[in-house]
Design a protein around this ligand. Structure first.
Ligand code: RAM
Length: 920
């Protein structure tokens, strides 16, 4: 560049910079519609739009926004909001802004952008984003349901169901230049979709499972780029999933089977000239059940015969004359709904640690981590060579797989080679929970380079990082991370390995809340909430397992009550109030049902089923070889929970505009509180019920203890832990949900810390000491009887993850301004812990908290996202004991000292990064 030009260039840049000065300050990012990024199909007509603000200055607050929604990209580029132009709206709302434009219709594409005004300047227009509406009405599906509603001679529909995969194909012609082509697909139980030989999308095990009698989820793909002019081919493989369920004729009253695999396909091609063409599922397709996938069963594994591959079956020109005409099959009962939670994906691939020979032609592969997913294998050999992979979570002492805890799940994949070149294979329609694999029949010597562990779960963001100076806390956190992701399977399941894998409600009642710090699980749990609603019977009863593939309507209190807990979590963590509004009536119906059936005249709720499920046996020896499924139902538990739920109902009523219901809930709650104290309070012991830890924790944390007994009951809790239990917990699935917060909120974070770092039985650390790489189902997982002893179950996490974030890191949402619009940052700088580094991606953006101690001072660095505020609690006698970024507190930019609260100074800060220092 000539020097004159260079000067002109820099001048230009300068002018640009200055003219945009106020704009450049604020950026808008992460636009979502219904919490999804550019969804291809939603079936919500008042979708909610969200965005995040970012900028370098402290204290950024949105003061107004403008949203423009257009029917084409061109219109949007010209700011022509033909669907909606909100105009400038004075508001600080940046999440869940409800679309309020032209009525949305099936198949509509909507393009949108937003700009904001803040107290620190305004933004430019955001990048554009989009959403599309799915097929809203049944009669817009023009295809027919096709498949084969029968077994083939090689199928076996006895107990261990074996069904080969079904392959369907169709060729069609593209006659003119295409503007857009979209596929709407329901493939049950599971599908893989191909166009011209290419797999569409990176989803696996799609769609997400539902109770197909109630609803079937459809997936939508934009295949504009996959089509070519002239002849094209579409191919679909169908697996069983939970539709043709894993066990046939087994406790038929309990296990739901839906039928044989089937699909409905609807493709619309819009040509550039405005005309349309359709490709629809009907009997002009061809199908076969005689392909390479001989069998696929989630419990038992997949069998694949590569010799039976049909090269080119999903491409143009394949000779399908031997294929069959598909049948018009039984239509699923459920309504058709757009799937608004992401599918599963291979989220991580890991290399095995070792492959060891343990016998002639037998090897054990160790992945080094208990995962849920499968192995991908590379192999070379002769046609007909058969490799068998058996999966297990742990080994026996003799080095063989331990499979007793899988019960009758065969957990075995079989691959038969086609021979010749190297072959790479992974199963399509199954997954396993495992760390170890027994390999037999592998031609040559298998090595770690021939295998990859594929970690499979719902596509979602990892939102949390967490690390402390204590290795046990860190390892338990890491194990939790693995356990949680392993058990997300389009629904939260209890375990991924044995012949169960069911979405039991009780396991997630508080768990969903802790999990939400680590994973962006909002859509998964919103979907689950709908599933729970669907499980409700006419009379109000709700299943313990939802979707209710296993039908357990036990009228238990604590499992179905998860309905309320999930709705509450979505509100607390994501400020999502719509689920509460949508489910309010059904929740209330369940509450009434339980009250009418099970509340006696003394206001005691009498029905409970599982009690404090899986409490630790008194000693590790006492639990040796013992089965853990003893139920000890307790009226104290059901009554306490009913009381707690009434508190939630009060909140839900207010949020749903049902304020007139509040008095009824309050009144009943008051009676229950009195009845509960009359029946369960043991005056001389200052405790409740059997005076065990769980009983007292529930009474205290659920607000059932009268003010005057508070201290005494808490002392009993402390006494039980420190003296009776010698510094250990004694809680099962129920009590552990309240344990860590009860201790901390009542001033004994030190005891919570002791429980979190214990390595002796029973404790989370004990699992680690005994080789756990996920979380065990049982505190005594190393000695219990195998038939109910999973090594990857998250229910015993209780409120530990919540404690990690809210109390160690000090990252908590206020209840009034939920979804982290207002953040409560009140870490416990517990003795023994020297640092905590944590971050959390909230709906507003990243929140972080990093503190560390040296001999005399504590340094605490924290980040607050734009358009939020934080209440910051610092243990200091006065503001003068605190500095921020090296200056006195009163001079610090954007920090507002409010007042002293006990031993802490309470500050308020706006968005930005802060760096506090204060004396220990
Ligand atoms: C078991 C599972 C599950 C639990 C139920 C009650 O089968 O372990 O986690 O919720 O029982």
């Amino acid at each position: 560049m000539k020097s004159k030009n260079r000067i002109l260039f820099f001048l230009g840049v300068l002018i640009l910079l200055f003219s945009n000065y106020s704009y450049a300050q604020i950026q808008i990012q992460d636009l979502t519609c219904e919490h999804l990024t550019n969804p291809l199909a939603i079936d919500v007509l008042e979708p909610r739009l969200s965005w995040q603000l970012a900028g370098d200055e402290r204290g950024i607050e949105q003061t107004a926004y403008q949203v423009v929604v257009a029917s084409t990209r061109e219109k949007l580029n010209h700011n022509e909001g033909d669907l909606w132009n909100s105009g400038k709206v004075e508001s600080d709302q940046s999440i869940n802004v409800v679309y309020d434009g032209v009525e949305l219709k099936s198949k509509m594409d909507c393009f949108w952008k937003v700009k904001v005004w803040t107290n620190k300047g305004e933004s430019t227009w955001s990048e554009s984003a989009n959403w599309s509406i799915g097929l809203l009405f049944y009669n817009e599906w023009w295809g027919r349901w096709i498949g084969f509603d029968r077994p083939f001679p090689w199928d076996d529909n006895s107990f261990h169901s074996r069904l080969s995969a079904r392959y369907l194909r169709k060729e069609f012609e593209v006659k003119k230049p295409i503007k857009q082509a979209k596929v709407y697909l329901m493939g049950l139980g599971l599908y893989e979709l191909y166009f011209n030989g290419q797999k569409i999308g990176d989803q696996v095990l799609a769609p997400v499972p539902t109770d197909y009698d109630e609803n079937v989820k459809y997936n939508v793909f934009d295949v504009t780029d996959q089509l070519k002019s002239g002849d094209n081919a579409v191919g679909i493989i169908l697996g069983n999933g939970r539709y043709y369920t894993m066990r046939q004729h087994y406790k038929p009253y309990k296990i739901k089977n839906f039928g044989f695999p089937k699909l409905m396909f609807h493709m619309e091609i819009e040509y550039e000239d405005g005309t349309k063409a359709y490709v629809l599922s009907n009997n002009s397709w061809k199908g076969t059940a005689d392909g390479p996938i001989l069998s696929n069963n989630e419990y038992d594994g997949e069998e694949y015969d590569a010799r039976k591959e049909m090269p080119g079956w999903n491409k143009v020109g394949f000779d399908d004359k031997d294929w069959l005409e598909p049948e018009y099959v039984q239509v699923p009962n459920g309504t058709f709904e757009a799937q608004m939670t992401p599918n599963m994906k291979v989220m991580e691939s890991i290399k095995p640690v070792s492959v060891t020979m343990i016998g002639e032609d037998r090897y054990i592969l160790d992945l080094g981590q208990n995962i849920a997913g499968w192995m991908k294998m590379t192999v070379q050999g002769d046609a007909g060579d058969t490799v068998q992979l058996r999966f297990a979570e742990v080994l026996q002492d003799n080095g063989e797989l331990f499979t007793a805890n899988l019960r009758d799940a065969k957990a075995t994949d079989i691959y038969i080679l086609k021979g010749g070149e190297k072959e790479t294979w992974e199963p399509r329609f199954v997954y396993h929970g495992f760390q170890f694999v027994e390999i037999t029949g592998y031609p040559g010597v298998p090595t770690v380079d021939d295998f990859v562990g594929q970690v499979v779960y719902d596509e979602m963001e990892t939102t949390g990082t967490f690390e402390t100076s204590n290795p046990i806390i860190n390892q338990v956190f890491k194990n939790s991370y693995w356990g949680i992701r392993g058990n997300y399977k389009g629904m939260p399941v209890d375990c991924p390995q044995r012949n169960e894998r069911q979405p039991w409600l009780g396991d997630r009642s508080t768990g969903c809340y802790g999990e939400s710090f680590i994973f962006g699980n909002e859509m998964l749990y919103s979907k689950w909430l709908d599933d729970i609603g669907y499980s409700q019977k006419e009379n109000g009863a709700i299943s313990d397992v939802v979707p209710n593939f296993w039908r357990y309507y036990s009228d238990n209190m604590t499992w179905p009550g998860t309905y309320l807990m999930v709705a509450d979590m979505l509100h607390r963590q994501y400020a999502d109030v719509r689920p509460i509004k949508e489910h309010y009536q059904s929740i209330k119906k369940w509450m009434d049902y339980m009250k009418d059936r099970y509340m006696n005249e003394d206001y005691i709720v009498t029905q409970d089923r599982y009690g404090d499920w899986c409490v630790p046996p008194v000693t590790i020896e006492a639990g040796r070889g013992k089965s853990a499924d003893k139920k000890h139902p307790r009226e104290l538990i059901s009554t306490a929970y009913y009381y707690y739920y009434l508190g939630l109902m009060e909140k839900f009523a207010l949020l749903s505009g049902k304020g007139s219901d509040v008095a009824e809930f309050r009144d009943l709650a008051q009676h229950i509180k009195e009845g509960f104290n009359r029946k369960f309070y043991l005056t001389e012991k200052a405790g409740y019920g059997e005076n065990i830890l769980t009983d007292n924790l529930l009474a205290l944390q659920m607000g059932l203890v009268p003010e005057e007994n508070h201290e005494a009951v808490f002392s009993t809790i402390v006494d039980i832990i420190l003296n009776r239990n010698n510094g250990h917990l004694s809680t099962g699935l129920i009590g552990t949900q309240w344990l860590m917060r009860a201790l901390t909120e009542n001033g004994r974070a030190d005891i919570a810390y002791q429980l979190a770092t214990n390595t002796t039985y029973p404790s989370w650390g004990y699992m680690i000491e005994n080789g756990a790489t996920a979380i065990w189902e049982l505190w005594n997982g190393n000695t219990a009887a195998p038939h109910m002893n999973s090594y990857n179950h998250v229910m015993m996490l209780g409120d530990l993850i919540i404690w990690d974030y809210e109390h160690l890191a000090g990252i908590k949402s206020s209840t009034e301004n939920s979804g982290f619009k207002e953040i409560v940052m009140k870490p416990e700088f517990v003795e023994g812990l020297n640092f905590v580094n944590a971050s959390y991606q909230s709906v507003y953006g990243e929140i972080s908290s990093e503190w560390q101690k040296d001999r005399s001072t504590i340094e605490w660095k924290l980040t607050v996202p734009a358009n939020t505020k934080a209440k910051v609690y610092i243990p200091a006698k006065s503001a003068t004991d605190i500095t921020e970024s090296g200056v006195e507190l009163f001079q610090a930019n954007g920090v507002n000292y409010l007042y002293q609260e006990g031993a802490r100074a309470l500050l308020e800060v706006g968005s930005g990064e802060y760096y506090f220092q204060f004396k220990r």
